[in-house]
Design a protein around this ligand. Structure first.
Ligand SMILES: [Zn+2]
Length: 415
């Protein structure tokens, strides 16, 4: 039990998925409940790009996740604190998350993406860096020194600084500062990094406890520990055991972030290893995952919440989801398609606009093109995970998964 329990953060497991680790549940925060599994749209800089908070709520989102790294650089955590915290600052009354900044600092540092499809068995180096990228971050045992992508100024994050920044930002759910390795690092490096992340997790708990006591007039913020360990089963299981057992003077993690770079092929297996070791009475957030097939795999293997920039980022490039896969509205074939993007979709965009009109807006570079496409894409992904929740409840999850994936990926013949 957390010494701060009873302060409006709780998780209650609902129905378990037959033959798997998946489940439904309810997360209670000081700003409302989240019915899980749930997809959480990303508002990197305290704004889901191009979309008003009212629309985010209307499309069905239950919470929003912002990035500590970006808000630390701009406008600065003290400004958000003075505004009354993230939710109040951005006019989002519901639950909020911030990530620790660790992933941004380190992924911007080496220029690698989170999910990669490549042969990770043959290529190993600890000094590896993506093509045409300058190394912008350096890790040591105490923290990370990094260069701002905005103005090139130097900054430093430690576990304590990340906690201080996230307490000032004031989200309901915050994450421990971790080292996010790439799949290219050597096994030896992954082991050393995992121990470093464990020691940082202890420091995060201590600082979180101190700040919670110091800022007692603020709503309670739940702290999630982040589990690394790359593609190694023993390291992943160790991370889950270690962090769920940590107890610093009565302060324990309220939930867990399933983190790190992930090989798409092994996503379900890795989430499964972690969730087998984690206590069932705490929620699990799968960081940075948002492709439909990955969401099914994550839900089935026990992840409760998800976040990803993909639905909004893709929408801004005119790529939208339909039940028959992703399509690009800039394509000439939509020029006279006077029907919604997806006839079965119930979002604001599909209820009021045609694919032809959206295609026109994109071709003529109208700002509202991104707004309307983002509303549709976020509605599609939020709604997809909501359907997973409902079909776990009704016992039809596996049928839904087969039907959805069979149709969505038919053209790629993945199934
Ligand atoms: Zn729609």
């Amino acid at each position: 039990m957390n010494s701060f329990s009873g302060q409006n953060f709780a998780y209650k497991e609902g129905i378990a998925l037959d033959g798997a680790l998946g489940r439904t549940g309810t997360i209670s925060t000081p700003h409302g409940m989240i019915q899980t599994p749930a997809f959480i749209p990303v508002g990197t800089k305290a704004s889901v790009k191009g979309v008003l908070p009212e629309s985010i709520k209307e499309l069905g989102a239950q919470a929003v996740l912002a990035n500590a790294y970006h808000l630390y650089l701009q406008p600065g955590p003290e400004v958000v604190d003075e505004a009354g915290g993230l939710g109040k600052f951005m006019n989002w009354p519901g639950p909020t998350f911030t990530d620790s900044g660790g992933f941004q600092v380190l992924s911007l540092g080496v220029g690698f993406k989170k999910v990669i499809a490549m042969d990770t068995e043959t290529f190993r180096s600890d000094e590896v860096i993506a093509d045409k990228k300058e190394r912008l971050a350096h890790v040591d045992d105490d923290g990370v020194t990094f260069k701002s992508h905005l103005d090139g100024s130097m900054h430093r994050f430690t576990p304590e600084i990340s906690m201080q920044v996230q307490h000032q930002l004031g989200a309901d759910i915050i994450f421990a500062f971790d080292e996010c390795t790439t799949l290219h690092n050597t096994r030896g490096y992954q082991e050393r990094s995992l121990e470093r992340t464990r020691l940082w997790a202890k420091r995060c708990l201590l600082e979180h406890g101190r700040l919670t006591n110091e800022r007692v007039e603020h709503p309670y913020q739940a702290l999630f520990g982040v589990l690394q360990g790359a593609q190694y089963e023993d390291l992943r299981r160790k991370a889950a055991k270690d962090l769920s057992e940590l107890n610093e003077g009565g302060i324990t993690f309220d939930g867990f972030g399933l983190g790190g770079a992930l090989d798409k092929e092994k996503l379900g297996t890795i989430v499964g290893w972690l969730c087998e070791e984690l206590p069932r009475d705490k929620p699990r957030h799968l960081l940075g995952i948002g492709e439909p097939d990955d969401l099914f795999v994550g839900v089935e293997n026990g992840a409760d919440t998800f976040d990803c920039v993909a639905p909004s980022r893709q929408a801004r490039t005119s790529a939208v989801f339909t039940e028959d896969g992703r399509v690009n509205l800039s394509n000439a074939k939509y020029q006279r398609q006077f029907v919604p993007i997806d006839e079965s979709c119930t979002c604001y965009t599909c209820k009021n606009y045609t694919a032809a009109y959206l295609g026109h807006l994109f071709r003529s570079k109208e700002m509202v093109a991104s707004t309307l496409a983002t509303i549709h894409n976020e509605h599609f992904i939020v709604g997809l995970v909501e359907k997973m929740r409902r079909t776990i409840e009704s016992g039809e999850f596996y049928d839904f998964k087969k039907d959805f994936l069979g149709r969505f990926y038919a053209k790629r013949s993945l199934l």
